[in-house]
Design a protein around this ligand. Sequence first.
Ligand SMILES: [Zn+2]
Length: 837
Amino acid sequence: MRTFIAALLFLLNLQLSAQEELDLSYYLPQDVTYNPAIPTPQEVLDFVPGEWHASHDQVLIYMYFLANTSPRISIQNRGFTYEKRPLVLLTITSEENHNNLEDIRQQHVALTEPGSENIVTSEMPVVVNQGFSIHGNEASGANAAILAAYYLAAAEGPEIEELLKNTVILFDPVFNPDGLQRFASWVNTNKSANINPDPQDREYDETWPGGRTNHYWFDMNRDWLPVQLPESRARIKTFHNWYPNVLTDHHEMGSNSSFFFQPGIPSRTHPLTPNLNQELTKEIGTYHAAALDNIGSLYYTEENYDDFYYGKGSTFPDIQGSVGILFEQGSSRGHAQETDNGILTFPFTIRNQFTAALSTLKAAKEMRVKLLDYQREFYQYARKEAENGAYIFGNSKDASSAYHLAEILKRHQIEIHELKEEYSKNGETFKPGSSYVVPKEQKHQRLLKAMFERRTEFQDSLFYDISAWSFPLAFNLDFTGEAKMNVAGQKIDSLTRPPLNFPEKNEYAYLMEWHAYEAPKALNQILNEGLRAKVAMQPFHLGNKKYDYGTIMVPAQNQKMNADEIYDFLVKVAKDAHVYISAANTGLTGGINLGSNQFRALEPQTVALIVGDGITPYDAGEIWHLFDQRYDMKITKLDIKNFSRTNLSRYTDIILSNSWGSSLGKDEAKKLKEWIRNGGTLIGYKNAANWLNENEFMDLEFKENEVQAKNVTFEERRDFRGAQGIGGAIFEVKQDRSHPINFGYKDNKIALFRDTTLFVEADSTSYKNPIRYTEEPLLSGYISEENLELLPGTVPFKHNSLGRGNVVLFTDNTNFRAFWYGTNKLLMNAIFFGDEM
Ligand SMILES: [Zn+2]
């Protein structure tokens, strides 16, 4: 009877009402039989997908059941999330292909290599990588994955056999295990037995930070290119291991929307993506359209979304001979919700995703030879069009940052070499050990171009995400694209840290320059150990060796440790943080002497970060991650809801990151001011500027963009407004290197990442503007002409003394998405040297 009702609803193209009893026939094609030996989801989980939100644990259990019972499925664990959840991958194909899988893989990868012209693609399977719910609170994807995996394991008949014979499916049921688990807990905890679609019910209003992000509140669908997170590392490894022909990424969007599939807006495709990629995307789209027509679901395409930023899952494959596809399903968020399209049930959203997963496979199977040939040609053309010569990047004062960029390149299988000998170009000097050479002629030359290029001209003025991400700028590295390959030394097969020299044991003092990326980690360990350390406010030299602003000195005398213990400890610190520490056996240095008052005593820092309702989780999470993962520094997360009864006196620094709105009120302002007057340093980011200004923490003047809509139609109004935003672009600033905020930077210019239109006027006192936008600040990315007129001469940094404490403001994000290594030091300078400003 239940089957009958479901089948009837199916035929009438009705959405299943929330109260109806679910059964698998609501989802699954009914024109095939299912192998009874394969356990159904309800046999393992005791519910039909859609009745409850499956947690990651439950998805995992079911996937292992399938892998154990179906010869079509194998499962492997590729690592763990930050919360120790396994990052599994299912490989789904025919039993015969499974017996031959490594050969199939090698032959497939050979398509991307030289000599591919002799491979007969008509006899090769196509490779599809299907992934679900990278945003954990977009759960219809992962729940559809349960059904798709069941279908692929259990369906019988000629159609599925042909599919599995011709297709290798790399099946990633949950791209974001930690986020999905968090979301499932929330929704299931608030579920009523009588499902209530009232959008005001708590079920549909997740608590902060929500399940979208991973453990450190990152949007993981921006990390495919920077690869900073463990989940991405597993995914990228799979990608390069196989080079799938199609990669799908199943998301959700606002509840009143229907269903979207790519292509997106044509004018917003990245120019490095071949036209044929978009044509293939469109052709694949006809399969989704037919399948969704068949179940009566509304959909749209070529609107809202784009294929510009290669850090997104549906765009990353497009620069590598593959076709990335984004799906967006209107979200029920919980189990059912009232929407403009009637009651939107969770099962309905799952069914659309499941349907699109199957139409993807059908398209890939039928377009198999076309997709394989496209991939082969992509790499053949890429090789042909490759330029001669090499890129070099490095930083003679900070080998660490160069190393961390090299790490990313290696994760993308990009060939890199050592630098043979010192090399200078256009005033930049590159040194072996802190520089890397990257040949332009190589397999991934297009990907490389996409990572290194600067771009300031665009076909469109709107971007779904950032418009620039040039990695040498993000890492603050010296860079040239004009070298010849004869500068290259040995090819680097496995990347290792440059070797360290340790100081001689010494009874006088030790010195550590502040340039190395991990210098703050080392200083934090030194201060926390109870050792006295000082910072040099001016440069000096010892013999031939120059020491720059910000050099840290640790005296060997009058410490709580003896000279031997200090030595052993500092060697341990140097190893752990990969920093150079040198010895000084005299205080009679050139410039300031080691006993000078221009060496200022430093204190251990105890840092807190305000989190919770109203705070942008991404920005706060980037800071938490920076302290916790990069610098091994403790940071206390203070929830805004308890702020009125929090004892602030134990913190030396409090960070207020960007917020959605007015998260802190007058009482909190008063409390924070009192704490600052007693010596605290408050560090605000981005739109905290307005709050700091209104509550008189600092006096700011803003330049306003006063562009008016002339000749703009009603239809064009959104595009007009959107074009005046800065979604994310890179700009140049000039630094006063003698100011403590700039300690550790070797030149007097750096690149900042900016995604705000706050233009703060400079102070009339020049030394109060240690960081200032240059006259031609645009380095890469989109900015409107009107905004570009406002930016020069304004300041992204402000400092104000208040009583014994400090207020510091950054209008730009110095910690963007964990890959802006180049400006992390600015925050650390505010933390450690705030009192010297
Ligand atoms: Zn999403």
